[in-house]
Write a protein that binds this ligand. Sequence first.
Ligand code: PEP
Ligand code: MN
Length: 372
Amino acid sequence: MILILEANVDEQSPIFQQLLTHLRGLSGIHFRVHQEQGAEQVLSEIYLIGDTKQLRIEDMEALPGVGRAIRVSREYRMLGRHNDDQRGNGFEYNGVRFGQDNLNVFAGLCAVDTPEHVEQMLRALQENGQVCTRMGAYKPRTSPYAFQGHGKACLPWVFDLAGKYGMRVIAMEILHESHMDEIREALERTGHPTGVMLQIGTRNTQNFELLKAVGRQQELPVLLKRGFGITLEESLNAAEYLASEGNTKVVFGLRGMKTNLGDPHRNFVDFAQVPVVKRLTRMPVCIDPSHSVGSRDAGPDGIMDVFHVTAQGVVAGANMILVDFHPDPATALVDGPQALLLKELPWFLEDVRLARETYEERKLLATAQTPI
Ligand code: PEP
Ligand code: MN
């Protein structure tokens, strides 16, 4: 059960202390307090765990300071949607809104290589009105002899360049909790010229200790990629790990599943699950068409598969797109074959715009079917 406290009932207030005293007296119940910094005020929620069936909603709502009580009907207590749950979805980070009702594009380099390439990429993004990007500094590679990313060494100049070109958020994968500390330190040292969304890659979706460590900080939001060989439910539970530790600023990423049934695509595209994740949880949903498809192959219509699957995800309501571009894919150190060219950026964005417009129209059409 979740108790949503009245606005401005904070941990210092006597009402709050009174409430905690009451909750401590309930047998078979323990609880966890979660505070969310909203635009104007701190919102507090208390998660009751254990034998909550014995508790009546009316009784809990009558407790001092409690605005609403919600019976949790699903496993994903914090990120899930529950009956009578009118809590909003999404969050704002560094001036960018992430929610189930909008769309952000994160085009950029799979892996940071040279300052020239990073700058060319960022300039193209700025020229096309973009404020978000992807830049991999830590790369999980199949071979131990392959390029592992520039790591901490590239962070200061990547952040400075991102600030120079007006980037508000960079999606950046981390493989270890020390990488998170390195990113936070580098942001601090460079004076926060940009923001970072920590990315947990598909190989680490069930690295529970990493999830807990990332969940314990609330400063940086997280993009959690779905595990490529586990069920959707298992991956959604992985997201819940982040929230249960305190960080509810989580975007859930679909990036295709590992099976040869998707051949010749690199992974089996799973964007049919965009509405499923939105229905089960309050997380914004990201699609990664580049790692799903893995090539620049095009259909006889001249449209690349990467474009096609992006449109499919956006038409189904996706909220974020993570997509690989590179100024010179032949020299890219990671994933060159799937990278789009900078000159293809306006085309890509226009294709996304068309797909999003179609989604908005489809929503209106669905609304019109509902009798008033
Ligand atoms: C990536 O986005 O660079 C990446 C490695 O993705 P994934 O974890 O989905 O393979
Ligand atoms: Mn990649």
